[in-house]
Design a protein around this ligand. Sequence first.
Ligand SMILES: NC(=O)C1=CN([C@@H]2O[C@H](COP(=O)(O)OP(=O)(O)OC[C@H]3O[C@@H](n4cnc5c(N)ncnc54)[C@H](O)[C@@H]3O)[C@@H](O)[C@H]2O)C=CC1
Ligand SMILES: CC/C=C\C[C@H](O)[C@H](O)/C=C/C=C/C=C\C=C\C(=O)C/C=C\CCC(=O)O
Length: 261
Amino acid sequence: MALRGKVALVTGGAQGIGCAVVESLLKNEAKVSIVDLNQEVGEKCKKQLDEQFGVGNCSFIQCDVTDAAKLQEAFQSTVDQFGRLDIVINNAGINNEKNWEKTIEVNLTSVIKGTYLGLEHMSKEHGKQGGVVINVSSMAAFFHSPHQPVYTATKHGVIGFSRAMADASEHGDYGVRINTLCPAFVDTPLLHSVELEENMGKFVKFKDDFKHRMRKFGVLTPSLVAEGMMMMITDSRLNGAVMKITCSKGIHYHTYEPLSA
Ligand SMILES: NC(=O)C1=CN([C@@H]2O[C@H](COP(=O)(O)OP(=O)(O)OC[C@H]3O[C@@H](n4cnc5c(N)ncnc54)[C@H](O)[C@@H]3O)[C@@H](O)[C@H]2O)C=CC1
Ligand SMILES: CC/C=C\C[C@H](O)[C@H](O)/C=C/C=C/C=C\C=C\C(=O)C/C=C\CCC(=O)O
């Protein structure tokens, strides 16, 4: 898939991994809608990108992805502004074991909603031209730890949902590829939440062990994650793929047993 003239919507695109992905999409001449909760950071990010890539190539939509009506509006206004939708990146995520219900809402429920909205605007079932959805999971789905039980559960859920939907898309001829990205530790503001009781709740006592893991496995740059993301978006052979990005092995894919049913 060539990116020139394509239209992407990136949730949580105002900072961290999402922002690096937005920048890569713009570099490849796509139009991008940044959908993020944080008005201040979102506006600052858009201003910087306008200076770098010219006005009119990206928009910022303030939206809490857990607000179903607002998320639906964000998709519609992206299509209204740019005329189509080709790429959806469900990236917004939080790390909050104290308010774990919110973690499920943001990290899993909203990824499901974002995928369904993406299909409404891109699937051949709805008379659209096809496209690609990338859902952001984590290496936490493969290396569970005592620090993040609910976060880990949501990231497992993202993989299961995305792979099942990839099968549905193939069997239903939606023309939409659905893939999952699992980075290990990445240098973003989210990573610093390991120190905070308000995020980790009673699991904050495991923070030294967590920091030891980060030293052991290393910390990735957001730009390497964006590079992996671009591969998943543009490689039209990939549907139901699960990409892992780690310091030791770089960008690679998880392999599954073939289905025998
Ligand atoms: N940083 C890391 O080590 C890793 C992060 N991830 C995942 O990558 C994704 C992005 O994480 P980071 O860039 O590290 O985080 P971040 O905290 O730096 O950025 C997340 C962005 O999402 C936005 N956001 C949060 N809740 C939202 C909501 N309800 N509605 C709309 N926007 C919302 C925030 O305002 C922020 O701009 C998340 O899904 C995270 O779980 C996965 C593996 C490793
Ligand atoms: C409080 C912490 C906040 C944010 C961090 C996030 O939770 C993030 O999503 C967690 C990432 C956890 C990563 C865990 C393990 C990483 C392991 C490796 O890098 C292992 C390296 C190689 C594995 C070989 C393979 O690819 O199979």
